[in-house]
Design a protein around this ligand. Structure first.
Ligand code: FPP
Length: 252
């Protein structure tokens, strides 16, 4: 049976709703081919396309891609410019495909720190795809978990000062309402490509109970089949959320 046929047999509980990916290894992939780092990012776009297609075909609801971190601003200017240009170009070229596949595109991160033309294009594509009912793709741009938590804290203090939030109301259930991810479930799966075992400041609050997958493939080599294998592996894991295995086995 093919990978996708196996996925189609999974129950609702076995199928992840939200997958997050740290797309790492573009630079090393390029170097291994004797190319400039930027070529790795360009090749990485093919992996983005294949992964979005694969997630849609598998019936995943949310796919979050770590495309540019707060710390990536420290890279050489020409690489930052090339990454932003690639993002703008890719959104322009992929728009028809996104609409055809009913993909809804959203962003998380400090979007105001991106160049104006990039911000405009992101808000346009977000508006244009808003009513699509298929997979939601969330691009994390100028994002980091610590930035997000600081941003949330600032907004909570603002609401306390304005009298719309009492300190007593602050709880584990309340805090997610102040995060960029307030409208989506926590990731069930976090994938990092490129062979390293790090979280790199990604979704720090949200991954408390996420299943982690570290894969050796560099991002430009990652394809939907890698994603499908991970989904099938995930479906066999027992998620206990602090309970005992016996308790979980007896849950309906
Ligand atoms: C990390 O690899 C990758 C990035 C910082 C950028 C990711 C961007 C893309 C995949 C292309 C554009 C994306 C979209 C959504 C259109 P690295 O450069 O850190 O690789 P290295 O660890 O080998 O140096």
């Amino acid at each position: 049976m093919s990978l996708i046929e196996q996925i189609k047999l999974l129950t609702d509980k076995q199928l992840p709703k939200h997958i997050a990916i740290i797309m790492d290894g573009n630079g090393r992939w390029a170097k291994s081919q004797g190319l400039e780092r930027v070529h790795g990012h360009q090749q990485g776009v093919l992996s983005v396309r294949s992964t979005i297609e694969g997630a849609g075909e598998a019936g995943i609801r949310f796919l979050t891609l770590y495309a540019f971190s707060t710390e990536n601003w420290n890279r050489p200017k020409f690489e930052i410019d090339a990454l932003i240009a690639l993002l703008v170009q890719t959104i322009h070229l992929e728009k028809e495909n996104l609409m055809k596949n009913r993909v809804r595109l959203q962003t998380i991160g400090d979007i105001a720190s991106l160049p104006a033309h990039c911000q405009e294009q992101l808000s346009q594509i977000t508006r244009d795809t808003r009513d699509n009912t298929g997979l939601t793709v969330i691009l994390a741009l100028s994002y980091s978990g610590r930035w997000e938590l600081a941003h949330a804290l600032k907004n909570m203090i603002r609401d306390i000062n304005e009298g719309t939030l009492c300190p007593e109301q602050i709880s584990q259930e309340k805090i997610p309402h102040y995060l960029c991810t307030r409208d989506m479930p926590d990731p069930d799966i976090l994938i990092r490509t490129g062979g390293d075992y790090r979280i790199s400041n990604f979704l720090l609050w949200q991954i408390a109970y996420t299943e982690l997958f570290f894969v050796p493939a560099m991002w430009p080599d990652f394809r939907k089949e890698h994603l499908w294998n991970i989904i099938l592996d995930f479906s066999k894991r027992q998620r206990r959320f602090g309970k005992t295995g016996e308790q979980v086995e007896h849950e309906i």
